[in-house]
Design a protein around this ligand. Sequence first.
Ligand SMILES: C[S@@+](CC[C@H](N)C(=O)[O-])C[C@H]1O[C@@H](n2cnc3c(N)ncnc32)[C@H](O)[C@@H]1O
Length: 203
Amino acid sequence: MRPKDIQIEYSALSQKISAYSVRWASKCLAKQGVTNVAEVGCGRLRNLSVLREYFETVDLVETNNQIKKIRDLVPESNAVNLLSNEEFEKQNTKYDAIFLISVLHTLPYKIDRAKILQVCESNLNNGGILVLDVPQSENYYNRRRSTSRKFNDVWLIRHGDRYSFYKSYFRAELNNFVRDSTTLELVIPTFYSKHLISLWRCP
Ligand SMILES: C[S@@+](CC[C@H](N)C(=O)[O-])C[C@H]1O[C@@H](n2cnc3c(N)ncnc32)[C@H](O)[C@@H]1O
């Protein structure tokens, strides 16, 4: 496979409904006094209305390719900012909580999965929370997987002449991966409708 065929943005979900993990965690975190949050890998903004309902400021982080596609969808408001992943990595803002929803499993290289977790950790306040949601064995992927090949440890999902990726995680592997890549501490692990959901605290 040539690197140009690897286009992670092809994994952006088309669902319009917000993720259960975002609705559930937002309610809990707002009660704990969380006010400023970021969603890393915000896709096509399906979670934004929930995040705006619960928090004062919401930063949205995406790749440069995806930013071109969603720029016009972002509301004009001082409470919402759109940042590239490079800007997010370099900036000094710290967040009470960061949402990483259905992103980790779409990255083809382990090193990039570790990096995105590490960048999230370094952008959290002490005591800040990472909300991690990774689908496990979803029907959408299972249907395509039957005709798929493997690339490293991920399944290749074909879209015409391009591919996206699906890393199927089990709970223990995912938890060990987060622990090996960061110093984040697991607070709450849960499962909902084929999604592994966990809250991790920055020490
Ligand atoms: C499957 S979509 C999920 C989108 C959204 N979180 C949702 O729940 O609908 C994965 C998204 O992660 C984005 N992404 C991949 N690598 C990224 C990175 N390093 N930084 C920010 N976003 C990234 C992709 O562009 C894509 O939009």
